[in-house]
Design a protein around this ligand. Structure first.
Ligand code: NAX
Ligand code: K
Length: 557
């Protein structure tokens, strides 16, 4: 799984590399700037051009090299008429701005017409950024930040590129709510004026205004087409905090991570991006070593059995050896008429459930979808938890946990809770309140922080759903299953898809996956199934995609 870093982790890696003498900060900055330029040309090859294509800029360079006589300074009108690529680079007061100066210089060297604006005081720039500022201003102009001037510059003639290098991982506070916040109003105006043929927007490391640890929008973020980060993606690229103003992935466009020559050493406590590892794959293909287990899925009463049936189907397709539906007697005929490979047990009440669970071969339980919210349902949840089996709790089971502290206290380390945002809020109201509070500074409290805190309190794995599903274990392990960027599957938000996820988790628990691994793998497969089917998906389709998805997964090199 890919590590996602916080700003502190990234700084520590950079500091260690610099202190060991492996590399200088200046070299890292040069590589970062070069990485941005590379990524721009990879994304839009039409911008790569050649010096000859790009017109007078190429001549400027030749002139500097002594090849031809320098041409006289061009008027703004002349510049607009020249056929060359144009960029505006917006630089901030820290090292992100430093990267911006490198980008400006490299584009200029390729013959681009580049205008640079600096937000902040040049004298206060950190040393590496200052060095690159000086390399830029050597014989070129730089503008003090001015909204109107930026707007005029972009309006004067068509630009190809706007580079946002105002703030990166060092964004530590909100933009002040006064005239200093001049850059804030700039983007909407540029967008409305350049809607059709607007320049490409590229963010250096992260769109300025987005907190790189939480994805929270500390106001004023520039929505971008491409975000180029370094060494590893940051957590904020993959979280999707609710607005207003919305943050994270919405603003990044597409995230490209460029190698800047830092060692790929293990980062303790890093959040990971879900993607099954080799050992997970082995568990799917090994038919001898692991028991495939027997999952028990609890069904609701008559007219409410569909959710459990879908969960059971998911558990079976994901590879549980056997799946049994525990069904209230009144719903037995309804369920029996609609299942084949899935077995059926009459479970009228908690006593009957306890009796069934005396059979140790039932090694995993899934319960909650359409289970009901009455005392009988609460007793079933209590009995299931007392059995100490690997257990996934969803939907009504989560609501029952919020209503009864004694029931919540029965949660154990083999449990997985799968709340969506509303259920999370009911289960952990104080934690949700922290997440909802407007951030006052960076790094801001994040969905990762919230899920880790919840898992610790519950003493079990918590899978907090969303396009940015966060999964955390009480020991601090944490991962994000992203349904964004190339894995965007908005059609997964369909009735019953959560029931299928419960089934996937129960099936993997039955197969012997530990709770964290079961939750991560199930969440990942769930999105893969949605992508496999495409738009028009209904929840019943999800388990049926698994054979293809697993075939593809197992044939991966
Ligand atoms: N040597 C390094 O450390 C490297 C850093 N790199 C770049 O450096 C960035 C991090 O640099 P920094 O740590 O200097 O941080 P930033 O450049 O992200 O921003 C820090 C500056 O912004 C100010 N600031 C923060 N929040 C503000 C707000 N709301 N309003 C006004 N000013 C605010 C801070 O006081 C500080 O001056 C990375 O994102 C990356 O782009 C890369 O060049 C790779 C190498
Ligand atoms: K930026």
């Amino acid at each position: 799984m890919t590590e996602l870093l916080t700003s502190a982790q990234m700084r520590a890696i950079e500091r260690a590399a610099i202190e060991s003498g492996e590399v200088t900060g200046l070299e890292l900055m040069e590589r970062a700037g070069r990485g941005v330029v590379e990524a721009i040309f990879e994304e839009w090859p039409e911008l790569a051009g050649t010096d000859a294509d790009s017109g007078a800029g190429g001549v400027d360079r030749l002139a500097e090299e002594g090849g031809v006589a320098p041409r006289p300074a061009a008027s703004p009108q002349d510049i607009c008429e020249q056929k060359k690529f144009r960029a505006v680079v917006l630089c901030g007061p820290g090292n992100n701005g430093g990267d911006g100066f490198v980008v400006a210089r490299l584009l200029k060297e390729r013959g681009w017409e580049v205008e640079v604006f600096l937000y902040g005081d040049p004298e206060k720039l950190p040393p590496d950024a200052l060095e690159n500022y000086e390399r830029w201003v050597g014989n070129r102009s730089i503008h003090k930040w001015d909204d109107n001037l930026i707007e005029d510059t972009l309006d004067e003639c068509e630009h190809d590129l706007v580079v946002d290098a105002v703030f990166g991982t060092g964004l530590t506070r909100l933009m002040p709510d006064d005239t200093e916040r001049t850059w804030h109003g700039f983007v909407p105006r540029v967008f409305s004026w350049h809607q059709k043929d607007r320049p490409k927007y590229v963010a250096v490391d992260i769109p300025s205004g987005i907190c790189s640890d939480s994805g929270r929008n500390l106001e004023g973020a520039f929505p971008t087409d491409l975000t180029v980060s370094f060494h590893r993606a940051k957590i904020g690229h993959y979280l999707l905090p609710k607005g207003p103003p919305q943050g994270g992935a919405v603003w990044c466009g597409k995230v490209v991570v460029k190698d800047i020559g830092l060692k790929a050493s293990y980062v303790a406590g890093a959040v990971r991006l879900c993607d099954p590892t080799k050992s997970t794959l082995t568990k799917f293909s090994d038919t001898h070593k692991y028991s495939h287990g027997h999952a028990l899925i609890l069904s609701g009463g008559p007219g409410r059995t569909g959710a459990a049936r879908m969960a059971a189907r998911g558990a079976l397709r994901v590879g549980a050896g056997l799946v049994t539906l525990a069904v209230p007697p009144a719903a037995q005929a309804e369920v029996a008429a609609q299942v084949t490979a899935i077995m059926l047990r009459r479970v009228g009440d908690a006593t009957a459930l306890a009796k069934v669970l005396e059979d140790a071969r039932f090694n995993a339980i899934g319960l909650g979808p359409a289970l009901g919210l009455d005392e009988e349902a609460a007793a079933l949840v209590a009995t299931a938890l007392e059995a100490g089996r690997a257990t996934v709790l969803d939907a009504d089971a989560l609501t029952l946990l919020t209503q009864d502290a004694a029931l919540f206290a029965k949660l154990h380390q083999n449990c997985v809770l799968t709340p969506h945002a509303g259920e999370f809020k009911r289960l952990f109201p104080d934690i949700a309140a922290k997440l909802e509070a407007a951030p006052l500074k960076g790094p801001a409290y994040s969905k990762v922080d919230a899920t880790r805190e919840a898992a610790k309190r519950a003493g079990c794995v918590v899978l907090f759903k969303g396009p940015d599903t966060v999964i955390a274990a009480p020991d601090g392990r944490c991962s994000i299953n992203s349904a964004q960027y190339e894995r965007a599957a908005t059609w997964l938000a369909t009735a019953g898809s959560g029931d299928v996820l419960t089934g996937f988790i129960a099936g993997l628990l039955a197969r012997g996956f530990d709770p964290m691994q079961a939750a991560e793998t199930a969440a990942w497969l769930h999105v893969e199934c949605a992508l496999e089917f495409g738009p028009g998906l209904i929840a019943e389709d999800l388990p049926e995609q698994l054979p293809n998805v697993l075939k593809r997964l197992l044939s991966r090199p």
